[in-house]
Design a protein around this ligand. Structure first.
Ligand code: 1QQ
Length: 392
């Protein structure tokens, strides 16, 4: 990988560009830099005296805990590994947003103002991030999303980054792969219209299906907390579709897919990032068979360090990691790269250097983050066979 060192002139020019492009929602408040967070040496030789505090906001309880619990573990594991390297010592300050916007906002507020962290990773859901990232942007605190995949996240401002494969990219991989392996011609699209991520993915699904020349013969919505999907599924049954493209969080996916199978709808289910979860597969039981998922990580990928990551994670937590753990783990390494680039853990320096990451060799494969805050990495497409994810 290569990190461009930051220069004040370049930062001012980049900020001017972002403002003129309408990408910055609000000017951040001025941030005093703490000289104890500026070290000596660079890269592997960087030494910073003060402990670098990194906030982590994940949904450890309630609806999105299926992802948040793995995220906290993946991030914690990476922080332990990074602390063992030496030179820079990290402290992870973990907050549970309980899968609510209110708690997510409170967690960001505490980390920004009370703990005075250098950067924040999370939150788990895009639904919270649209609010919390606006707050981080106003406060001038870099925030790095690890599972916030909806359209428009990096555009919130120049302090906002993501190391989470956009759902647009995941679906642009999973739908064509499903078309190729299943010969899709006519599909049903079902989506949760009440969640930012699933509603944004719906637009992407329609675009990808149009590009692929696949016809949408059923187009139905529901809401996050719904439990009865018989009205939508009756239409799917009558249409006898080749597949159901589903945009939902696991809370709705599990009853919906089980009800579909009870109605003897045999059509394969295709989705994106939210489905790349062993919790979902476990909860679906036999109804998970044939689920096609697009996402950012696979246990089967032979990426640098992946086998060691899986072994170390299992040794520590006594369970297999998932995509959410892998992305949070990677985020800690990306932050470390950004901090070591100028050996500076102040908020401004992290913000300048996170957007300069080029092809960092990670367990997700080569990963880049550009100045707009957007990530570039290769998606993977998997299918569930006998209750296990395998590469399609
Ligand atoms: C988002 C997501 C969710 C599936 C993360 C758990 O991708 O909210 O953007």
């Amino acid at each position: 990988m290569r990190l461009k060192s930051s220069s004040a002139a370049a930062a001012i020019a980049a900020a001017a560009l972002l403002v003129s492009a309408g990408c910055v929602s609000e000017s951040p408040a001025s941030n005093e830099s703490d000289s104890a967070l500026t070290g000596s040496g660079t890269g592997a030789d960087c030494t910073i005296d003060e402990t670098v505090k990194i906030g982590a906001v994940f949904s450890l309880t309630e609806a999105a805990a299926f992802a948040g619990a793995y995220q906290s573990e993946g991030f914690e594991l990476a922080i332990e590994e990074l602390n063992a390297v030496g030179g820079v010592k990290y402290e992870m300050i973990l907050e549970d947003d309980k899968t609510t916007v209110e708690d997510s906002v409170a967690a960001f507020e505490k980390l920004i103002n009370r703990d005075e962290v250098s950067a924040i990773v999370g939150p788990t859901l895009s639904n919270m991030a649209f609010t919390t990232y606006t707050d981080a942007q106003s406060a001038g605190v870099p925030a790095l999303g690890v599972s916030t995949t909806a359209e428009g996240i990096p555009e919130i401002g120049d302090y906002i980054f993501r190391a989470s494969l956009p759902e647009e990219v995941a679906l642009a991989a999973s739908i064509p792969a499903a078309k190729e392996s299943l010969g899709l011609e006519e599909v049903a699209v079902l989506y949760d219209s009440a969640d930012e991520f699933t509603a944004s993915a719906y637009n992407t699904i329609l675009d990808v299906l149009a590009d692929e020349g696949i016809e949408v013969v059923v187009d139905e919505s529901f809401e996050t907390a719904d439990a009865d999907f018989s009205a939508q599924l009756t239409k799917v049954l009558e249409a006898d579709v080749d597949a159901v493209i589903l945009s939902a969080l696991p809370g709705a996916t599990v009853p919906l897919v089980k009800q579909a199978r009870d109605l003897e709808i045999e059509a394969p289910i295709v989705g994106g990032n939210a489905f790349n979860s062993p919790v979902l597969v476990g909860a679906l039981e036999t109804a998970s068979e044939g689920l096609i998922v697009g996402g950012a990580w696979s246990a089967a990928a032979e990426t640098t360090g992946n086998a060691e990551f899986i072994a170390n994670y299992f040794a520590k937590y006594e369970r297999q990691p998932d995509q959410f753990a892998a992305q949070a783990y990677t985020a800690a390494y990306l932050l470390d790269q950004a901090i070591r680039a100028d050996c500076d853990a102040n908020r401004e320096a992290i913000k300048d250097n996170l957007g300069q990451i080029l092809e960092f060799d990670s367990i997700l494969g080569p990963i880049s983050i550009d100045e707009s805050g957007e990530v570039t990495q290769e998606p993977v497409v998997q299918i569930v066979r006998d209750g296990e994810f395998t590469l399609l």
